[in-house]
Design a protein around this ligand. Sequence first.
Ligand code: 5CU
Length: 371
Amino acid sequence: MTSKPKVVDVHTHVYPPQYVSILKSRSKVPYVRDTTPGQPSRLIILPGEDDPSSESTARGRPIGPEYYDINKKIEFMDTHGIDISVISLANPWLDFLDRDEAKGLARDVNDAINSMCDAHPGRLFAFGALPLSAPSEVIVDEIHRLPTLKYTRGIIMGTSGLGNGLDDPELDPVYQALEQENMTIFLHPHYGLPKEVFGPRAADYGHVLPLAIGFPLETTIAVTRMILSGVFDRFPKLSVLLAHSGGTLPFLAGRLESCILHDAHYSGPGAKVESRRSVWDILKTNILLDAVVYSELGVRAAAKASGADRVLFGTDHPFFPPLEAAEGEEVKWLSVTTNYKAIGEAFGPEKEQAEAVLGGNAVRLLRLTTD
Ligand code: 5CU
């Protein structure tokens, strides 16, 4: 008898209780704030999100137990037919902490998330977090500790790296350790674009510009800098899962490769770069793309760029909840059903490819078994 194919969510976040306590103790972004009596606390995390002159929805988002109670994650999974979730700390991770705090909290958070997985064997795996403000030996030590955590298969990180972006050569020991330990990087945006690009009325549009445009472009720029600086030439086995289907990378890969081929720095006589792997090769060898893109067109572009065997279903839970569900009501989330529908439509009669994107790829690529 063949078993039912698994559905795996690789893009799903949690804030462990000790992280929430830190957010509650702070008065600068990121923080959790009780603003209106009788209303849920608000989670203020994005840069500039607490601008007092803005009355729009751009001022944070309500935070309830779905952000920190792992039982809520399991309920959400059951409601949406998800067998396994690969949980990760949500942004801004440990980026805002000083070096000593980051070192201690990385261990605590990674242990706490691993324990959440242990409490639901077979349902949860994890991406850990790195203490990126600590010295690189501390970061590398934490990476070498991750394989001792039974459910951890990689790490989530933002685009700032050690402070100078992901093309910083100082990150090489970190990339080397991740490659050695076979830990996938889940590259996720947080910082967006400089606010000036969105103009003086940006706050009138709620969160739409930073989330729909700023986030994907941030990821696109970060991974492009990794490609241009030769990270994937130096670490050819490095595996990087890009949030939101790689931002605009699948669409722009051809232009990127063409610009490289027409730039004397990389190509032609006198080029400063001796050899390099093509963008297409990197997309098909090193890059995994989540399918959190909400359209058939986006899923098709992702599958064309990296291969349908490298695209992985995700939800972005607990972000993007339905706006009108009554408290405690178990409804299906539009953000999730849209992504299911996009995968179904992208592959049509190619049911095996759809099943692979929904779960088989994640099980294989992230080794989601505990035997
Ligand atoms: O709604 C948001 O701000 C976010 C966020 O901050 N991080 C994320 O993963 N999704 C949505």
